[in-house]
Ligand binder design. Structure first.
Ligand code: HEC
Ligand code: HEC
Ligand code: HEC
Ligand code: HEC
Ligand code: HEC
Ligand code: HEC
Length: 347
């Protein structure tokens, strides 16, 4: 509420200011356009912007507690608005320095707000394909819906393995791991959607389900908004909280069977993936790889590269958190290849 009120106040002040400038000085706004006319392409009496702010304020992008990570140049690219702006241009994995006065992810992080001061500023800052951190020779292009998911995936991606795997299918080469945090970090959803980022250690190449080419992140996360609980710019997906909205409805146009009972567990797929996760988790613990209390890898220790690949893949699915919805086939193939490997060790 506080934010909205102060926002309206500033807008009020701004119109007054614009009014004064316009009557007192020339009739031209930015870039030779009539400022009054272009500002009002967005700042009108309508509730359009207010509704989006209302939803956005309830999102984790606004309410999350990690904007303070902006002062660290390794974290700023995804945790501070200015950091994101910088790396979209430089293509680097870190900002040049930490960001003081870090702004959280906000309208300007994703849209070109106040660039041309016209309604075309709703355009996204970037929709282009990009080279992911896990391998800068690869390319991610979630082209559906004009590439809007590429914007999300630039942040919602894994970090590079460090130390990296030179021969991930090798059951001979060993690498010493010293940090328990070795793994893909949070939020690899963009990679999972694209069907990339896992180590391919299966008998056959990993497959993909059609969401990658037929849906964008916003198709599901930005669907029909119910108050500031789900959908729209809250980006929240939930089917569990009765009076907090229930957005399995975004699945309905393509999955006629989706209902309040199935939730997102369409065709029992989430149950299946959860079962496979549990299976692999138990095996990784039995092999003395995974510490199930911290959910970190046990260190310091030498591991066969293939064992590390299977561990990485497990953490990728754990961090994705959609339990197969983002890309069922890819998720299934990743887990099955891991289970097969652990079975081959007699676990
Ligand atoms: C593309 C639509 C759009 C246009 C065109 C636009 N604005 Fe905005 N403006 C916004 C949005 C969205 C915000 C809210 C930003 C936020 O809360 O992060 C905003 C916020 C503001 C604010 C509050 C302070 C701030 O920067 O957040 C002022 C003042 C303002 N606009 C003035 C103007 C003026 C003057 C013009 C014309 C010269 C203009 N705007 C044109 C979308 C627009
Ligand atoms: C600038 C980087 C960045 C961009 C761009 C970005 N995100 Fe995020 N996203 C984050 C970070 C960081 C968090 C975690 C925030 C926190 O918890 O403090 C997050 C959190 C989320 C969450 C909430 C996760 C939870 O724990 O409930 C969802 C959902 C989400 N993002 C979806 C999206 C979608 C969809 C897009 C594109 C429209 C997008 N994000 C674009 C960085 C980004
Ligand atoms: C490539 C982008 C990226 C970088 C770089 C990055 N993060 Fe994140 N981080 C994310 C995203 C995206 C999320 C939200 C993931 C989700 O909710 O699934 C997140 C979430 C988090 C969270 C919340 C986790 C949770 O479980 O709620 C913390 C804490 C965090 N990051 C810390 C850091 C730190 C510290 C650094 C720097 C060392 C860092 N991040 C670097 C993208 C990034
Ligand atoms: C994490 C990124 C992200 C943030 C933050 C964000 N948006 Fe968006 N917004 C999007 C995406 C993606 C779309 C869908 C664009 C598409 O489908 O091409 C969108 C769509 C919109 C639209 C519809 C645009 C049109 O062309 O009709 C409006 C209006 C809008 N956002 C306003 C806002 C406002 C106001 C804020 C801040 C309160 C905000 N957005 C914050 C990513 C974001
Ligand atoms: C086909 C619909 C769909 C698409 C497309 C989709 N998601 Fe999701 N996503 C979901 C569902 C459903 C969940 C939650 C599963 C659950 O809680 O059972 C989820 C979970 C998440 C989460 C974990 C936090 C949460 O809300 O539970 C994040 C973060 C996320 N998605 C980001 C993204 C990003 C980024 C993209 C695009 C690269 C994307 N998603 C594309 C449906 C989708
Ligand atoms: C734009 C259309 C579209 C939307 C929206 C969509 N899906 Fe899908 N989804 C598909 C298609 C096409 C397939 C592959 C054919 C099939 O299995 O039905 C698929 C497959 C799946 C699968 C794998 C099932 C299998 O057997 O291959 C799951 C799980 C799934 N979707 C869940 C969801 C959920 C949950 C949502 C809503 C949050 C959703 N989908 C939204 C089009 C969509």
């Amino acid at each position: 509420m506080k934010k909205i009120t102060s926002f309206l106040f500033v807008i009020g002040a701004a119109s007054l200011f614009a009014g004064l400038v316009l009557t007192g000085c020339t009739k031209s706004g930015p870039a030779g356009k009539d400022a009054n006319a272009t500002c009002t392409q967005c700042h009108t009496f309508a509730d359009t912007i207010v509704a989006k702010i209302f939803q956005y304020d309830a999102s984790k992008h606004a309410s999350g507690s990690t904007a303070f990570e902006g002062t660290n140049k390794s974290c700023a690219p995804c945790h501070a608005s200015q950091g994101f702006d910088e790396v979209v241009v430089t293509g680097a994995d870190t900002t040049k320095t930490g960001i003081a006065d870090a702004a959280p992810i906000n309208c300007r992080t994703c849209h070109k707000i106040h660039n041309s001061y016209t309604s075309s500023d709703w355009d996204l800052k970037t929709t282009a394909a990009f080279s992911p951190r896990y391998d800068h020779t690869a390319s991610i292009d979630l082209a559906f819906n004009g590439g809007s998911s590429n914007l999300c995936a630039r942040c919602h991606q894994a970090r590079a393995a460090s130390p990296g795997l030179t021969n991930p299918t090798s059951n001979v080469d060993s690498i010493k791991i010293t940090s328990g945090r070795w793994g893909p970090h949070h939020g690899p959803q963009g990679l999972i959607m694209a069907g990339k980022g896992a180590f391919e250690v299966g008998a056959a190449a990993f497959g993909n389900s059609p969401h990658r080419d037929q849906a964008a992140c916003m198709t599901c996360h930005g669907g029909y908004a119910q108050g500031n609980f789900v959908g729209g710019h809250t980006l929240t997906m939930t089917t569990t909280s009765d009076n907090l909205g229930d957005n399995y409805t975004v699945c309905k146009p393509c999955h006629a069977s989706a209902s309040a009972t199935t939730g997102f567990n369409i065709g029992g797929v989430q149950d299946e993936i959860e079962g496979m996760m549990q299976d692999l988790k138990v095996k990784l613990a039995a092999a003395n790889v995974l510490d199930t209390t911290t959910m970190f890898i046990k260190v310091p220790k030498y591991y066969k590269q293939k064992q590390l690949a299977v561990y990485w893949n497990f953490q990728l699915i754990e961090a994705d958190r959609s339990m197969g919805v983002h890309n069922y086939q890819y998720t299934y193939d990743i887990l099955q290849s891991g289970i097969d490997y652990m079975n081959s060790l007699g676990l």
